[in-house]
Design a protein around this ligand. Structure first.
Ligand code: ADP
Ligand code: ZN
Length: 734
């Protein structure tokens, strides 16, 4: 007797499930490529989205299998390689495969209904030979003729009130309009001037050659491009990518979110668009629809270079030729919630799986990459000099303590330097990594401060909005008139934030044009971009900001950089504090003197003897590494050891504490693994949840892996009210 055989699909449902599920595949579904396509499937009484991971032909199963409802796309949205990559990544970070896929896909593709596609009206000139009479009509016609076809939106950017003229031109058939689907792209309508590749310095040429050789070999080859700020790393990326495109392969460029400015994108467009190459940009400022469009264009093989923040590591490029990770040391490559992956590490994994070179670049490499390079696991490429013989700025420490500070926590030295800079008509950049007016509003009588009702943290005073705000959960309230503790009426701000610094500067230098760049001033779409442009056009004399100002900007008019409080970052309770501080100081100092004139950097500190500061002053990465690595080695911290942080949280404090005790005791590790804790997290309460942590530490990965497998088996026994977050290779342990 013939046993009827069935097609059974293994499907990763985008839901918190530990495994893929099997569904029957109707024969009608079987034409074309099936793996990597999205499907709708029934799941416990509702419908869910899943991705087909594998298909097999089997005899009829002896249990009832549900059937795939429908395919959601015409073709695969993920290649088999990409599926395998996400699967490995999910396993590494102990995250359910389906949820990892949900993170990897643009949100438009994780829902049953995709976001609507925009239709726009597009205008074109006709063949009509005579010319209209009105000036505006003629100008419009000429301009549209030059552009080929344009949308109403683009016309509006060029002409103040085009409607009447457009209507007339269309009526008289000088113009024809039609409705077209347009790909939403943040950068359409912005013209760029094509540039050509400059001839490279010897060091740059050697670096490009090394990458080109790796491209020719077509193998995984990881590089660390270490070059001081302004040494021409981006140029190395551009010319390496040119080699990659010549081989008919695509390039993926990851940059930290804040560094992903239109300036950077414009540099890539200027270099490659003239040659007919298409660039796709992925970042968090895109709407769901825009992100969906870029992804679809990549699916259709319409993109040669993807530039994006962390999540672009999942871009579905089919002919991937190389991956660049710029500012590879940047903490924003680590996702802090949900699927806690590290984009730079995943770049190395993807490069290895797809056998392509990976170029990590930084002026201040992460100690992990630095040690890997020293051990030969990464090939080091060095750029030791700035382009065009520009020197690195002189960095001076300004000791705080003796003299009285001026408003805005400015030392007299920094104040005088600002005065001189303004007199010379040059620009200054001030870093203060704390937004708001002041970090506390204190009662002068009893010292009580306002605290967040949901988190263990004080509320920051935002004076311009008249609100106290929690920087963790976004809780906000107006301040009470009197102290809740003693009834006193004298509530005073304590400590300085960017808002206060800006105000103090405006009072000290009334004629100066002062701007501020932090999360509060850059929330609106395009706001950060506007600030950058004003700064680049020298319409701002002093720019005040948080770490946002340190990243990647090339302001050639800046000759003075001031760091208001170098100690804040150094004293952060975290084993990476020194590494973070050194990188931040070096990066922000690197913003000075990028133009013709020499730069000066003033670092205000109460601990002028701090060794890390001295390394930063002398731009000495090697000295910093020599200083910091023995400390890490002594404590078995990365890069010499591996960490996994387990965070248990819940609304009931006692329950969380008990479950953390139980879990720590239930884990039976190999002797190589150390279990630290459970202990309350540094931020014990966050968004109303109590949080306990257990830190796992080991000198190598395998015993840690074994313990994680055991952990996953134990975790199902935790009560549903207690949430467990597993953070492999944690970066932030608050
Ligand atoms: P980094 O990425 O290391 O900060 P960039 O690549 O942005 O450095 O280079 C700094 C500046 O020098 C840019 O304005 C860039 O156009 C210019 N530049 C880079 N390489 C060269 C070169 N070989 N010749 C001339 N100018 C260069
Ligand atoms: Zn809060």
């Amino acid at each position: 007797m013939d046993t009827e055989s069935f097609f059974i699909a293994e499907i990763a449902v985008l839901a918190p499930l530990p495994h893929c599920l099997s569904y029957l595949l109707p024969p009608s579904c079987l034409d074309g490529e099936v793996v990597g396509r999205r499907v709708q499937v029934p799941l416990g009484g509702r419908s869910a989205v899943g991705v087909v991971v594998a298909v097999s032909q089997k005899p009829a199963p002896d249990y009832a299998l549900k059937s795939v409802t429908i395919f959601l796309d015409d073709g695969p949205v993920l290649t088999p390689q990409l599926l395998a990559f996400v699967r490995r990544a999910a396993a590494y970070y102990c995250h359910p495969f389906g949820l990892a896929l949900k993170t990897a896909l643009p949100s438009g593709l994780t829902q049953l209904k995709p976001p609507p596609v925009k239709q726009v009206t597009v205008y074109r000139t006709t063949e009509k030979s005579d010319r209209p009479r009105g000036h505006l009509q003629r100008d419009l016609l000429d301009w549209i003729s030059d552009q080929g076809s344009v949308s109403l939106e683009q016309i509006r950017q060029q002409f103040a009130q085009p409607h009447a003229a457009l209507k007339r031109l269309e009526e008289q058939q000088w113009l024809a309009s039609c409705v077209a689907t347009r790909h939403r792209d943040l950068f359409t309508g912005q013209a760029v001037v094509a540039d050509s590749a400059p001839s490279l310095s010897e060091e740059q040429a050697a670096a490009v050659q090394a990458v080109a050789d790796a491209l020719t070999r077509g193998r995984f080859c990881p590089f660390l491009l270490q070059g001081v700020t302004g040494s021409g790393k981006t140029e190395v990326y551009l010319q390496s990518i040119a080699c990659c495109l010549e081989q008919n392969r695509q390039a993926l460029v990851l940059v930290p979110e804040i560094a992903l400015t239109p300036q950077l994108v414009a540099r890539f467009r200027a270099r490659f668009e003239g040659a007919g190459r298409h660039i796709g940009v992925l970042h968090s400022g895109l709407s769901d629809g825009e992100r969906h469009d870029v992804w679809r264009r990549i699916n259709r093989d319409d993109i040669d270079i993807v530039i994006g923040a962390r999540s672009a590591i999942f871009a579905p490029l089919m002919r991937l030729g190389m991956i660049v990770v710029d500012e590879e040391h940047d903490d924003s490559y680590k996702q802090g919630e949900g699927f806690r992956y590290q984009g730079r590490d995943l770049a190395l994994l993807r490069g290895q799986m797809e056998q392509v070179p990976v170029l990590l670049g930084s002026a201040t490499p992460s100690l992990t990459s630095f040690v890997r390079a020293r051990e030969g696991q990464l090939q080091r490429l060095l750029l030791t000099r700035r382009v065009a013989e520009r020197t690195l700025p002189a960095v001076e420490l300004v000791e705080l303590g003796g003299e009285e500070l001026m408003p805005g926590a400015l030392s007299p030295t920094l104040h005088a330097a600002l005065e001189q800079t303004l007199q010379r008509g040059e620009q200054a950049l001030l870093l203060l990594n704390r937004r708001g007016f002041s970090p506390y509003l204190l009662c002068r009588d009893c010292g009580t401060s306002f605290r967040c009702p949901n988190c263990d943290i004080t509320l920051t005073w935002h004076r311009s909005r008249g609100l106290l705000r929690c920087h963790y959960c976004d809780y906000q309230q107006p301040p009470d008139e009197t102290c809740s503790n003693c009834g006193g009426a004298a509530l005073e701000p304590e400590g300085v934030g960017t808002e206060q610094l800006q105000q103090a500067l405006q009072e000290l230098f009334p004629a100066a044009r002062i701007a501020r760049m932090d999360r509060d001033t850059t929330q609106a779409k395009g706001a950060q971009q506007q600030l950058v442009e004003r700064m680049a056009n020298c319409e701002v004399d002093i720019l005040v900001g948080t770490q946002m100002v340190a990243k990647g900007h090339d302001f050639s008019g800046v000759t003075l950089v001031g760091i208001i409080d170098a100690d804040a970052a150094l004293n952060f309770p975290d084993f990476r504090a020194a590494e973070r501080s050194f990188a931040l100081l070096a990066q922000v100092a690197g913003r000075a003197g990028r133009g013709e004139r020499l730069g000066r950097v003033l670092v205000q500190t109460r601990t002028p003897d701090n060794a890390i500061l001295h390394c930063a002053v002398s731009h000495d990465y090697q000295a910093f590494a020599d200083q910091e690595l023995p400390v890490r080695q002594l404590l078995d911290y990365p890069p010499y050891g591996y960490l996994v942080n387990l965070v248990l949280s819940g609304l009931n404090r006692q329950q969380v504490e008990e479950q953390a005790q139980w879990l720590a005791a239930a884990l039976t590790p190999d002797t190589a693994v150390e279990i630290l804790g459970p202990a309350p997290c540094p931020l014990f309460r966050l968004r109303n949840r109590y949080r306990m942590q257990i830190l796992l530490k080991a000198p190598s990965r395998p015993p840690l892996r074994q313990l994680l497998n055991q952990l996953l088996r134990l975790a199902v026994r935790l009560p549903s009210q207690v949430r467990l977050a597993i953070d492999v290779d944690p970066v932030d342990m608050m």
